[in-house]
Design a protein around this ligand. Sequence first.
Ligand SMILES: Cc1ncc(C[n+]2csc(CCO)c2C)c(N)n1
Length: 227
Amino acid sequence: MTAPDYGRSFALWRAAAAEDWQDYTHHAFVEGLRDGSLPRRCFVNYLIQDYVFLVHFSRAWSMAVVKSETMEEMKTCAATVDALVNHEMALHIRTCAAAGIDEAALFTATEAPANLAYTRYVLDAGMQGDFLDLMAALLPCVMGYGEIGQRLAQTRSADTPYAEWIETYADPDYQALCQTVGAMVDAAVARRIGDLETAPRRTALQNRFSTATRLEVGFWQMGLDLP
Ligand SMILES: Cc1ncc(C[n+]2csc(CCO)c2C)c(N)n1
């Protein structure tokens, strides 16, 4: 199975973080979603944490609007904030409501340390750095779920109870968002630093991407290691 094409910058960062990327996109939690063996309570706990995660990611994408330099960047980042707060979080609210957890409880859930570490790392990348630092830290989340969604949609058990979650990220609209974001990042790189492969900032940006990828691994692990 070939991975989808989400742009050149992403492909370079992904290749240089290959081992961490594999740990992230093929984590035991992901395999449990695919074959349906993930315990329901792990999934619900993950969704509660993920709701809080998405609140902070909406803040991070909003910071990307602030750090945009072109109207194209602004439009893509603003559309991502909209997709997050008005669509992606709806799945969490619906599924948690079915498990007896209302939205107010989601919003005030206590953050697990792995969650706190990841979201604040990304926000700090944006505060300390520029648009590219922020994008390098944000891409593992966007593209990783795109890859996972696509692979799981093709290989999942017919009766996994997590089909709705899988379809959210396999959805053509979501795949199109990944491509739009990938193209925007390629243009943002070209505009600010020219050729990524020879740019002096390549290592620093790679570190942002690789660190965020490892923090995604920690997030899945948190989902399995219930208190
Ligand atoms: C831990 C964690 N990582 C990534 C995503 C997926 N995700 C977060 S923001 C965003 C972009 C706009 O939709 C996407 C796809 C998640 N839900 N939880």
